[in-house]
Design a protein around this ligand. Structure first.
Ligand code: ZN
Length: 292
């Protein structure tokens, strides 16, 4: 049986304007994650948010609190952010993962390395204007090396996050440099909703990434879609042997009414079963990704 790994992207920096189920505080994140675990999720990806306002936070103490709540409520693999686009200083980006690593109860299992330096510009096609026009997400190789070292020192494994064909071409040199190690869990990012610096969430957008996935490596890949409906591509991902990273952090899924994260996981599991694939759950996810 070929299992499917489901990484639930619980909150990112999404607002509650379009879906009120986005979790902010530690208890909300833990409750949402536990419901996703019950539906078949294996990994919880989360960002720290101010529990009341939802404002982005880099507070290591808040991350530890979230991790403790998650560990108390679930056995999910923990994948906190490294502050995508919020913090720029490497020390600040790593501070919470380092703090989490000081206690086995809060230690992260995985942490994302975005293999790209890119525009985070948002374009509003309807209004024909740039909502933002000066946001850069910088990840030069020196930064990737420092982030990888910091992540490993904190007892976690780096997850290469791919944004384009150039990201994929970086994987083998980064393996040779020891920045990455096999087995690899690679996340392939597609972008919609006005974020232009990624492949579109179309069959051709995905195929272009799969065409350049380095062959012969011990590697599992998952697809995520920032700003769009990943379920539209579910059959193609399942047929191609891929896994899923999705959640309300990326997109509010108005097509499904006002779903919770757990309802999204249920949708993926239904589609997976139609393809003869069962959800991996945390235990099988750990085995497949070589996590202790
Ligand atoms: Zn994230």
């Amino acid at each position: 049986m070929d299992e499917v790994i489901i990484d639930v992207r619980l909150n990112e920096y999404a607002s509650r304007d379009r879906n009120p189920h986005v979790p902010f505080g530690p208890d909300e994140i833990a409750a949402a994650a536990a419901a996703c675990r019950d539906e078949g999720a294996g990994i919880a990806h989360f960002h720290a948010r101010d529990p009341a306002s939802g404002a982005a936070s880099t507070d290591p103490g808040l991350y530890c609190e979230i991790a403790r709540a998650l560990r108390g409520a679930t056995d999910l693999v923990l994948l906190p952010t490294l502050g995508a686009g919020v913090a720029t200083d490497v020390e600040v980006r790593l501070a919470h993962v380092a703090a989490m690593g000081r206690d086995p109860e809060t230690r992260a299992d995985l942490a994302p390395l975005d293999l790209v330096t890119t525009n985070l510009t948002v374009y509003d096609a309807r209004e024909r204007r740039f909502v933002s026009d000066d946001r850069i997400y910088a990840n030069p190789v020196r930064t990737l090396r420092a982030l990888s070292e910091g992540v490993r020192k904190a007892g976690a494994h780096p997850v290469p996050v791919v944004w384009n064909v150039g990201s994929l071409r970086l994987i083998e040199p980064l393996l040779e440099a020891g920045v990455l190690r096999e087995p690899l869990y690679v996340e392939l990012t597609l972008t919609a909703g006005g974020i232009l610096d990624g492949h579109p969430p179309t069959p051709r957008g995905l195929e272009a990434l799969l065409d350049f996935l380095p062959p012969g490596l011990d590697l599992e890949w998952a697809v995520l879609c920032v700003g769009g409906n990943l379920l539209d591509l579910a059959d193609r991902v399942l047929e191609s042997g891929g896994h899923f990273a999705l959640g309300l952090g990326d997109y509010p899924y108005p097509e499904l009414g006002m779903p919770s994260n757990a309802e999204l996981v249920r949708q993926v599991v239904e589609r997976a079963r139609a393809h003869g694939r069962e959800p991996a759950g945390p235990g099988a996810t750990r085995r497949r990704l070589g996590l202790g």
